[in-house]
Design a protein around this ligand. Structure first.
Ligand code: ARG
Ligand code: ZN
Length: 855
């Protein structure tokens, strides 16, 4: 059934306290629940009403209301829950007691209570709690939880503070009312790495990272990131931690990145565990970001939560924005902004430009798990960045203070959020709010004229139709700009708010300026502008805005690859290549930034670029064209690449800090350019042999695999690391992503037959099948359709076992309509095959039907 925002109604019953007793056993866990319920006064006018509780895949053993049995004909259980007839439900506070039985070991969907290598753990967001016990499983029902866990495992954890424990049991109490999606339970043979943090008001907090025995020495970086996050949230947002302990658990089988359960965050182990030998700079960076993200949820998500799941961006967009600010502060803000935009354009623009497009606040869904998307998260964060820019940083902070003060302890909506900004700024934000309801990526066109000493900039917007939204209203688009003089000096800079169809601004100037538009990527739009090669090279050399300096080069690279894909003998803009040489020589640039300037867009990004200009992208030719541009760049840079490679060696023991990682990134770029000129890939081989850390080893291995020269290195790598599951994931990933296109489908098919391809483990499945579909476009989109068939075969296999992960991966086909008629026919055939699968899950079913819908 379709769930709609407009159908929202307050809950019929509210909860005050919940008491849960778990008696753990893999095949038959007993859950006793006491719910202290009361009729919701907001619905008093209705008088007595049915008690409706959500519940799925539960065996109900017994149930009472106020201690009395409920007549059999008054209690009806269905697939989604149970209903007690109003005649048997008190019109005053009452106690519901029930005992249910569940089988965590049989739970392969990894939602609710399940097992991962002998350890019990839970994932309840969004609607997993209803697989644990019958409950009003919706975020606007908040309650204080007291949990007793009984079991053989040496460690028994739940949310909040430990109040008592003994042999085989532990009792936990969480003083903060919370919705059920924030509930967590973990039990197993675990070890804690401990530390302490003192909040600025003097609260002593015990910090624990719980891992499996043997992983204790890989928690140092996560712990460090946690302490920095706690401090940062105090400094930047005035937010302090509120319990006596904060726990993180690392779990190997996890459908997502991590989960912010109150006081007991559960993490995919890949975002906790790191050592120089096993983790790359990129892994360290993700750990820092995700630890911060989950910690920041304690205020934006937990203390203030969402009224209903349509409001998901209220907590996710804001928390992503906060983790981006944190990482920008901890590392380089310039580099971070570029990385965030690359990510946005990769995943979100793809979503927004195809059949899966939906607003930042969706208005309908079949399965809410399908809406944990780049649009809700990443575009949701962009919307907050725009708000901050429009009201200014001081007013932003005042609005946030007001938000925390006004809404602490509540379940809120986007309307509440917008209102604090209106109250703090005195501005009417009704038009701005369209960013939450209109889907699709706006196009911003810029036209410039220069006549009689007058420079005129005309900005106009257009909003392409998206599913269910054929016509749209004009958005409020903040356009940060600068005008640069021919000597490189800044003539003017500021912010233009484009609110209508178009707007003109002009300046009297002694010379024609070069405009730098949409600085810092001030709005998530596609800028359409005829920027000549000269102006591009000029901005690449002179723009003081680091984002647009990079963007100028990126635009030139995209054009060059698109042109080469159309005609392999086309000329590449010489000014661009010359500008890259200037960049390589510029000793003032931060190495991490320089690595980005010298890097190329991914094939995926080129596909989006070509399609955005109305063309039909050919992944095979785009792959070849990108390789060709790499070689041209290497030739244009000449000896500089060897010099960069030598000059950026990092000596001493490996450290994951931004400066060292930046040098390694630049050195990796240099190695790629060196390798482009050498069919033997000697330098990459040498680096693979000598590397003393995983970052440099993976850089080399990636290049060897991409050159079709990886066999021997892959064998050695596997032999060395076969017992380390996170490293083995990398071994699978590098082959699925970088095997040359002609051989990729066969390689992936072979990998799926490898004894270590434990396909029920989401990380392992994603490392092969997800990587192939998302990171190897030329291999995946091979013209004979072999990639498509293989991918859908695996979706049909995964869906009955783990619908959430199957649906997520299926959604990676969001851009399938961009390709040529032949590929589209093949893709449609495969999607229809999946749609016809007997017993297809609601999750995957919704994605496939949206992918196939025609409008
Ligand atoms: N709230 C979690 C986070 O953003 C993610 C939960 C994802 N849940 C889901 N059903 N996909 O940190
Ligand atoms: Zn989140």
């Amino acid at each position: 059934p379709l769930i709609r925002l407009e159908d929202y109604r307050p809950p019929a019953h509210l909860l005050d306290r919940v008491e849960l007793v778990f008696t753990l056993a893999p095949e038959a866990t007993r859950v006793r629940a006491r719910l202290h319920l009361a009729p919701n006064p907001a619905r008093a006018a209705e008088g007595p009403r049915d008690l409706r509780l959500d519940g799925r895949l539960l065996r109900l053993v017994s149930a009472t209301i106020d201690g009395a049995a409920i007549p059999a004909n008054a209690l009806v259980v269905d697939d989604e829950g149970l209903t007690v007839d109003a005649a048997h439900v008190p019109d005053a506070p009452f106690v519901w007691e029930a005992e249910t039985e569940i089988a965590p070991e049989a739970n392969t969907a990894l939602e609710g209570l399940y097992m991962s290598k002998g350890m019990y753990c839970t994932q309840c967001e969004a609607q997993g709690f209803r697989k644990i016990t019958f409950y009003p499983d919706r975020p606007d029902v908040m309650a204080r939880f007291r949990v007793r866990v009984e079991g053989e495992a040496p460690v028994l954890l739940s949310n909040g503070n430990l109040i008592a424990s003994g042999e085989g049991w532990a009792e936990w109490e969480d003083p903060f009312p919370k919705p059920s999606y924030l509930f967590a339970l973990v039990a197993g043979d675990l070890r804690a790495v401990e530390d302490r943090f003192t909040t600025r008001s003097g609260r002593e907090v015990l910090l624990q990272i719980w891992v499996r025995p043997g992983d204790e020495d890989r928690c140092g970086y996560a712990m460090d990131a946690l302490k920095r996050s706690m401090k940062w949230d105090e400094d930047a947002y005035g937010r302090e931690y509120d319990l006596d302990r904060f726990m993180i658990v690392a779990v190997d089988d996890f459908n997502m990145g991590a989960m912010e359960n109150k006081g007991l965050n559960v993490f995919n182990s890949r975002y906790v565990l790191a050592s120089p030998e096993t983790a790359t700079d990129a892994d360290y960076k993700s750990i820092e970001t995700i630890i911060a993200h989950e910690y920041f949820h304690n205020w934006t998500g937990n203390r203030i939560t969402c009224r209903d799941w349509f409001q998901l961006c209220l907590k996710e967009g804001l928390t992503v924005f906060r983790d981006q600010q944190f990482s920008a502060d901890q590392r380089s803000a310039a580099v971070k902004r570029i990385e965030d935009v690359i990510r946005l354009r990769g995943a979100q623009f793809r979503e927004d430009g195809g059949p899966l497009a939906h607003p930042v606040r969706p208005e309908e869904y079949v399965e809410i798990n399908n809406f944990y998307t780049a649009t809700v998260y990443e575009k949701g964060a962009e919307v907050i960045g725009m708000l901050r820019r429009l009201v200014g940083p001081e007013t932003y902070r005042a609005a946030l203070d007001l938000y925390f003060e006004r809404h602490d302890g509540q379940a809120c909506t986007i309307e509440d959020w917008i209102r604090v900004f209106e109250d703090a700024s005195g501005r009417d934000l009704a038009q701005f709010k369209l960013w939450y309801s209109q889907s699709g990526t706006p196009r911003l066109a810029a036209e410039e004229t220069w006549r009689d000493g007058r420079y005129t900039l005309r900005l106009s917007q257009s909003l392409p139709p998206t599913p269910g939204q054929p016509v749209k209203k004009h958005m409020l688009i903040p356009v940060a700009y600068g005008l640069v003089g021919s000597d490189g000096r800044e003539i003017d800079a500021g912010l233009i708010e484009l609110a209508g169809a178009s707007r003109e601004v002009s300046w009297e100037l002694p010379e024609r300026p070069t405009a730098s538009l949409l600085r810092e990527f001030s709005a998530p739009v596609i800028l359409q502008r005829n920027l000549g090669a000269k102006d591009r090279a000029f901005l690449l050399a002179h723009d003081s805005d680091t984002f647009n300096k990079w963007e100028a080069g990126r635009g030139a690279a995209l054009e060059a690859i698109a042109t080469l894909a159309g005609d392999a003998r086309a000329e590449v803009d010489a000014e661009y290549l010359a500008a890259l040489a200037t960049v390589a020589d510029d000793a003032t640039l931060d190495p991490a930034f320089k690595a980005l300037l010298l890097g190329l867009p991914s094939e995926e990004e080129v596909i989006g670029h070509v399609a955005g200009k109305g063309g039909v992208p050919d992944p095979t030719r785009i792959h070849a064209a990108r390789e060709a541009l790499t070689l041209l760049t290497a030739e244009a840079l000449g000896d500089r690449v060897e010099a960069l490679y030598a000059a950026n060696a990092v000596t001493g023991p490996y450290a994951p800090d931004a400066a060292a990682a930046g040098r390694r990134a630049l050195r990796a770029r240099a190695l790629a350019l060196i390798t482009a000129r050498d069919p033997e890939a000697r330098a990459a081989r040498a680096q693979f042999d000598s590397a003393d850390n995983m970052t440099e080893r993976m850089t080399a291995l990636t290049l060897l695999v991409a050159h079709g020269a990886g066999a021997e290195a892959l064998a050695r790598f596997f032999a060395n690391w076969r017992d380390d599951r996170l490293v083995v994931d990398k071994w699978f990933t590098v082959q699925a992503a970088h095997t040359p296109p002609e051989a990729a489908a066969e390689t992936v098919a072979r990998l799926t037959e490898h004894p270590d391809f434990e396909w029920r483990n989401p990380n392992r499945f994603r490392s092969v099948i997800g990587t192939f579909a998302m990171a190897n476009p030329a291999g995946f989109h091979r013209a004979d359709g072999a990639g498509y068939a293989l991918f859908i075969d695996w979706m049909t296999r995964l869906d009955p076992v783990n619908p959430q992960t199957a649906a997520r991966l299926t959604a990676s086909l969001g851009n399938w309509r961009l390709f040529d008629a032949r590929r589209r026919t093949l893709l449609r055939g495969q999607l229809e095959r999946l749609a016809a699968l007997q017993g297809l899950s609601r999750d995957t079913g919704e994605i496939v039907s949206r992918l196939l819908r025609d409008d």
